[in-house]
Write a new protein. Structure first.
Length: 404
C-alpha cells in the first residue's frame, strides 16, 4: 500500500534541523514564497474562486499575516493590499465561510481592518441569517451553519469586537442542535452513540471540515449561550469523540462514524479528516471544559502528525505540511513545551527542502491557502509569531481560532 507521507528525516535530529530556522531564514523563505505566488497566481484557478479555501482572499490573508509578523515589509503589504482588493470576487454572494463570500468578507479585514469593514461582516451575517437557516443548508464548517459561527469568532480574534449578535448565534445553534439530534436518530440511534452527530451527504463525518469536530469547535465558542441541558449534550459528544480514538493508533480518528474502529490502514493526517483538525477541536474543548483528557489527546494527535505529517499532497493547510506544522504550533501554545515548537520548525525546514518538494504532488490550486504555498507561508508566520508570544499559536491555523 502506497504511503501518504514522506519519511520525517528530522526524527532523532530535531534540535539540529530546527536550528536552521532563524529569523533570517524565515524572512528569506517567506520572500521566496511571496515571489512564487506573485509570479504564478494569474495562471491558476484561485484568481477566480470565491472563499479563502482556494480563492485569492485566502492568499491575501496569508500574505498580510506575514507582513504583520515582520516577514514581509510594510511596503510590500501596501502593494499586496492594492492587488488583492481587485482580485477578490465582489459579485458572488452566498453565506458560505471557507468556500464562499462570507469567508471573503472576513478575509477582507486583513486588508482594511476598520470599523466600516467590521460593520460589513455584521450586516452580512444578519442579512443572510434566513438563508443559513434553510433546511437545505449544511451544518458543517466549509459550507454550512457551523462555518458562520466560526466566522463570527474569527472576526473577534482579529478585531477584538463581537460581530455576531447573540440572537443570530442562538438561532444558528438551535438549528445545529436540532439537526445533531436528528442525525443520531436517523442513523438508528442505539447504544454507544453520542447525543449529537451531523451528516454531510448522508455520511456522519468526524473531522474538522465536514464533521463532528468542526461543528463542536464552533459550538464550544458559544458555550455561554447554551442551556445546561445543551451543555450536557455537547460535553457528552466531546467525550464520545475521545472514546473513539483508534486504539491501535493513538492520535488517529477515522473519517466517519461508519469507519470508526475499522482499523483501516490508510490513515488521514489532515485538517479536513484526521489528527490535524482534531487538534483544534480538542484544544478548544480543553479550554472550555477544563478536562485534561482533551489536552492529552491533542498531544497524542501531535505525535502522530510528527511521525506521519510530511504529506505528499503539498504545503497547504488542509492536507499539507503547512497545516500539520500549524497543528504542532497549537500544541506548543497549549502546553508550553518547547519540543512542539522545535518540531514545527522541522516541518518548515522539510517543507522548503527541494528534495521533499520533488516527492510531492502539485496541488490543483498551487498558490492557495488550503492547498498550496499560501498555506506554507502561514506556517512560517505562525512560527515567527510563536517565537515572540507562544499563545499566538492557538490561533495560528487560519480561519479556525481556538482562543478568542
Amino acid at each position: 500500500m502506497e504511503s501518504r507521507f514522506i519519511e520525517n528525516y528530522c526524527i532523532g535530529r530535531d534540535a539540529h534541523y530546527s536550528r536552521q530556522v532563524t529569523p533570517e531564514w524565515l524572512a528569506d523563505s517567506a520572500a521566496s514564497i511571496d515571489l512564487l505566488i506573485d509570479r504564478n497566481i494569474a495562471d491558476h484557478q484561485e484568481t477566480r474562486e470565491a472563499g479563502p479555501y482556494t480563492g485569492p482572499s485566502g492568499i491575501a490573508t496569508s500574505l498580510m499575516r506575514a507582513v504583520g509578523a515582520g516577514l514581509l515589509s510594510a511596503e510590500r503589504g501596501t502593494a499586496i493590499a492594492a492587488k488583492y482588493r481587485n482580485l477578490i470576487p465582489t459579485r458572488v454572494r452566498q453565506p458560505v465561510y471557507l468556500c464562499g463570500a462570507l469567508g471573503d468578507i472576513v478575509a477582507s479585514l486583513h486588508l482594511d481592518n476598520d470599523e466600516r469593514e467590521v460593520r460589513g461582516v455584521r450586516a452580512f451575517l444578519d442579512y443572510y441569517l434566513e438563508d443559513l437557516l434553510d433546511e437545505r443548508v449544511a451544518d458543517e464548517i466549509l459550507y454550512g451553519r457551523a462555518g458562520a459561527l466560526m466566522a463570527g469568532k474569527e472576526v473577534e480574534s482579529i478585531t477584538g469586537q463581537q460581530v455576531m449578535h447573540d440572537e443570530v448565534a442562538r438561532r444558528l445553534i438551535d438549528r445545529l442542535l436540532a439537526n445533531g439530534r436528528k442525525c443520531v436518530k436517523d442513523g438508528g440511534g442505539g447504544e454507544g452513540l453520542p447525543p449529537l452527530l451531523w451528516c454531510w451527504h448522508k455520511t456522519q463525518y468526524l473531522g474538522a471540515a465536514h464533521g463532528v469536530a468542526g461543528v463542536l469547535q464552533s459550538l464550544l465558542h458559544f458555550w455561554q449561550l447554551l442551556s445546561e441541558e445543551e451543555k450536557a449534550e455537547v460535553k457528552a459528544t466531546c467525550e464520545w469523540m475521545l472514546s473513539i480514538e483508534e486504539r491501535d493508533c493513538p492520535g488517529h480518528w477515522e473519517s466517519s462514524v461508519r469507519l470508526s474502529g475499522s482499523g483501516r490502514e490508510k490513515r488521514l493526517v489532515h485538517w479536513c479528516h484526521g489528527a490535524t483538525g482534531m487538534v483544534g477541536f480538542l484544544l478548544t474543548a480543553h479550554r472550555v471544559l477544563g478536562q485534561g483528557s482533551f489536552l492529552e489527546a491533542a498531544q497524542r494527535a501531535g505525535e502522530l502528525i510528527w511521525h506521519e505529517g510530511v504529506l505528499k499532497k503539498g504545503p497547504g493547510v488542509c492536507h499539507g505540511v503547512g497545516g500539520n506544522g500549524l497543528a504542532l504550533l497549537q500544541v506548543y501554545a497549549a502546553t508550553g513545551d518547547d519540543r512542539w515548537l522545535t518540531r514545527a520548525k522541522c516541518f518548515a525546514v522539510m517543507m522548503m527542502d527541494q528534495s521533499v518538494q520533488r516527492s510531492q504532488r502539485t496541488p490543483d490550486a498551487p498558490e492557495s491557502l488550503f492547498e498550496g504555498w499560501a498555506g506554507g507561508l502561514a506556517l512560517l508566520t505562525g512560527i515567527a509569531k510563536a517565537e515572540r508570544e507562544p499563545v499566538t499559536g492557538l490561533n495560528a491555523f487560519p480561519f479556525m481560532p481556538v482562543a478568542v
